[in-house]
Write a protein that binds this ligand. Structure first.
Ligand SMILES: Cc1cc2nc3c(=O)[nH]c(=O)nc-3n(C[C@H](O)[C@H](O)[C@H](O)COP(=O)(O)OP(=O)(O)OC[C@H]3O[C@@H](n4cnc5c(N)ncnc54)[C@H](O)[C@@H]3O)c2cc1C
Ligand SMILES: NC(=O)c1ccc[n+]([C@@H]2O[C@H](COP(=O)([O-])OP(=O)(O)OC[C@H]3O[C@@H](n4cnc5c(N)ncnc54)[C@H](O)[C@@H]3O)[C@@H](O)[C@H]2O)c1
Length: 451
């Protein structure tokens, strides 16, 4: 017989863990179900370990810039401290006991296993069945999407999950996919000495961001020695003693290791959603502005298709928890979704790109400012690549999107994110004071270009 509880949270990624913990702290009886590791992809395989790799690689690159600015430097890369940090500090050797205890200490009940919906308010995990009187919350996230390239299946390719666990960098690496996963890892491994080639099917790297961002990043990565093959599809993969061979229309590429970074597949097919009459062939679950899929069923995180980022998952978790607890608060809004690709230079974006704004039928004008020609960019010199781009809706006189590529581009983005989020009139932005000489002062340079 099913056991009655207030709420069941299936999948404890960043958002699921947050909702489950919040509901438990509020005194509800909450069952949190997780098949792998509490905390999800972000702390064990994604954001945190990759940013540790990026941080370490950036220190190497910065040390090498001493030569252009301050004398001589000799830097010997060693991946061992990174691998150790990922084990000891980020993932506790891929053990989630600390996270489980954190949830249980809040009053939650943890069940390890695969959760599956069996009816309007019931969830089964192995032999146990729970009736959720107030809410079922889904936060089941994604898996790496592996493309059906002939010869690939069954070879020892890496996805992000294997790549963050390596003890030493590969001698050479082929990366399929030049999105955030592919480029962050490509650059980090290259800085530790790997000979890196990236193959991207679209005609530019980071194809979802502004073309100006792709150009700046292409220049920076190419200058570092990465080979970027855009507009190329991998037609066949072969694995042999020396590594991998990938055939493209222009010839063969070889490397010791192959990283598949071609996007993600949402975990919604095996959740029993068909028992509720929900189509499980769709890629994402449709939610309302309170994160409800249907009465009593909520979804948060990557499965909602609103931006596959930890901050999206956490933002939605707070909204779902408020709704379940009957607390007031604003509905979900996505017009100012921020995102940062942690390459060097960092690529920050918020809201719409120019192309997206035009597709929506907005009357748009844009402006750009080059970071190297700003005062701070010029002073910074080595490693100063970057660009600011603004996308203005001319009818409303507000920014609907912006991009900030450059040193600390993700931090510079914050000013632009406030502008897009709060719909600050462009005229007001034009007349505020920008501290001299900061990187964010290039925003003022771009504003001056808006006719
Ligand atoms: C390499 C990489 C780097 C990234 N870097 C960043 C970054 O810097 N910043 C950023 O904001 N985002 C980053 N992301 C994205 C980020 O990891 C995700 O957006 C984030 O983890 C939020 O995902 P989620 O909440 O949907 O759930 P996930 O983190 O995907 O977790 C879902 C959990 O549900 C569990 N689960 C699935 N099905 C079931 C089931 N039926 N029963 C029980 N449990 C189940 C899974 O085991 C998993 O633990 C990165 C992603 C990758 C791959
Ligand atoms: N810093 C961050 O916030 C961060 C970092 C990593 C990942 N993420 C998120 O995780 C998600 C997954 O990232 P991702 O980079 O794997 O996915 P993505 O969808 O952003 O990029 C995948 C890239 O692979 C290309 N591609 C697809 N099939 C291909 C093929 N067969 N051959 C060559 N190229 C191919 C696509 O054109 C695309 O450019 C994204 O939504 C991203 O936002 C965020």
């Amino acid at each position: 017989m099913a056991e009655s509880v207030d709420a069941v949270v299936v999948g404890l990624g960043p958002g699921g863990e947050a909702v489950a913990g919040r509901l438990a702290e509020a005194g509800l009886s909450v069952v949190g179900v997780e098949s792998r590791l509490v905390g999800g992809e972000c702390p064990y395989y994604a954001c945190i370990p990759t940013k540790m790799m990026v941080r370490a690689g950036n220190t190497l690159a910065e040390a090498a810039r001493v030569r252009a600015l301050a004398g001589t430097s000799e830097v010997g890369p060693d991946f061992a401290p990174v691998a150790e940090r990922i084990r000891a500090e980020a993932t506790t050797d891929w053990d989630d006991q600390i996270a489980v205890d954190r949830f249980v200490d809040k009053g939650g009940r943890f069940v390890r296993g695969h959760g599956r919906i069996t009816g309007p308010r019931t969830v089964r995990v192995g032999e146990q069945e729970f009736t959720a009187t107030r809410a079922i919350v889904l936060n089941t996230g994604t898996e790496p999407a592996v493309p059906p390239i002939p010869g690939l299946a069954g070879t020892p390719f890496w996805t992000n999950r294997e790549a963050v666990a390596v003890r030493r960098p590969p001698e050479s690496l082929l990366v399929l996919g030049a999105g955030a996963v592919g480029l962050e890892m490509a650059q980090a491994f290259a800085r530790f000495g790997a000979d890196v080639t990236v193959v991207e099917v679209a005609d530019r790297v980071l194809p979802l961001e502004e073309p100006e961002a792709s150009r700046a990043l292409t220049e920076a990565l190419t200058n570092e020695g990465l080979r970027l093959h855009t507009g190329r599809a991998a037609e066949e993969v072969a694995h042999h003693a020396g590594g991998f061979t990938v055939r493209t229309a222009d010839g063969e590429l070889r490397a010791q290791r192959l990283l598949i970074a071609t996007g993600r597949r949402t975990n919604i097919t095996d959740l029993g959603l068909d028992t509720l009459g929900i189509d499980t062939d769709q890629k994402f679950l449709e939610t309302d502005e309170r994160m409800r899929v249907t009465d009593g069923l909520y979804a948060v995180g990557d499965i909602t298709g609103k931006g596959a980022f930890t901050h999206t998952s956490m933002y939605q978790a707070a909204i779902a928890a408020r709704d379940i607890l009957g607390e007031p608060g604003p509905p979900a809004e996505y017009h100012a979704m921020p995102r940062v690709t942690f390459t060097d230079p960092e690529v920050g974006g918020v809201g719409l790109t120019e192309a997206q704004a035009r597709e929506q039928g907005l009357r748009v004008r844009t402006a750009t400012a080059q970071v190297p020609s700003s005062a701070r960019g010029w002073i910074h010199k080595a490693g100063n690549e970057g660009v600011i781009k603004l996308v203005e809706d001319t009818e409303r006189g507000v920014l609907v999107g912006a991009t900030s590529v450059g040193p600390h581009g993700g931090e510079v983005l914050s000013a632009l994110a406030v502008a897009v989020h709060a719909r600050v009139p462009t005229e007001q932005l034009r007349h505020m004071i920008y501290a001299y000489p900061t990187f964010h002062r290039a925003i003022e340079d771009a504003l001056a270009q808006l006719p």
